[in-house]
Design a protein around this ligand. Structure first.
Ligand code: ADP
Length: 202
């Protein structure tokens, strides 16, 4: 309601009040959109904490493809090149695996630097785990923030620089905790970041 009516005000009264009014209405519209995004992200976060959805055997490449489909607009707009190695069959909850890839590849695109984003997804197995990696050539992260970024609402940049709610990686962490897995990052500022997540072999 608040969003619809402030947008209606914006459409109907733009240029009819004064420049200040246009600006203030613009802030109000912007605020409602951010509030919507925040509520949606919090809902996903809260659902990710409930009892684990049923895990089944699935081809992780299918989950990656689905995530890339959901990110189509961002990929096209940024010109990102996403590549991947042969990816394994794993036992996981389908939607959660899509969500993991989507958040990590989405961030790899969002936190790009001046270069065209190049993102590579790979997987390797140990006796106990499948370890997936999502590597980018973006802005990178200082080592002192490697833990902090997985905490809800923790962001390293202001909204003016990069849009976001600071919930995406907290969702990933929750999903992995629930699946008996883990997530971490390695990165070098100005060079790029690689996010790793490990799923137990079942
Ligand atoms: P959001 O993107 O909404 O801020 P996230 O929880 O997804 O929230 O990420 C938390 C913070 O981690 C981001 O604000 C950003 O500073 C940093 N970050 C995440 N992914 C990357 C990446 N691929 N490259 C550089 N920084 C990243």
């Amino acid at each position: 309601m608040v969003g619809s009516y402030t947008q209606l005000l914006q459409r109907r009264y733009k240029g009819k009040l004064d420049a200040d009014a246009d600006e203030f209405i613009g802030y109000a519209v912007d605020g409602t959109q951010r509030m919507k995004r925040l509520i949606e992200d919090l809902l996903v976060y809260s659902r990710a904490g409930r009892s684990a959805p049923a895990a089944k055997q699935l081809r992780s490449e299918d989950s990656l493809r689905e995530a890339l489909g959901n990110l189509k607009a961002a990929i096209e707009e940024s010109g990102a090149k996403v590549t991947w190695d042969a990816l394994p069959k794993v036992t996981a909850a389908e939607l959660q695996l899509v969500q993991l890839f989507q958040n990590l590849v989405g961030n790899a695109i969002k936190y790009r630097g001046e270069r065209v984003p190049r993102i590579h997804v790979a997987a390797q197995s140990t006796a106990l785990e499948w370890i997936f990696s999502v590597a980018d050539n973006g802005i990178g992260i200082e080592a002192k923030y490697f833990d902090r970024i997985f905490v809800i609402f923790q962001r390293l940049h202001g909204r003016g620089e990069y849009e976001g709610t600071g919930i995406g990686l907290a969702i990933c962490k929750r999903i992995l905790q629930q699946q008996g897995g883990r997530i971490w990052v390695e990165s070098e500022p100005g060079v790029g970041s690689t996010f790793y997540f490990a799923l137990p072999v079942r």
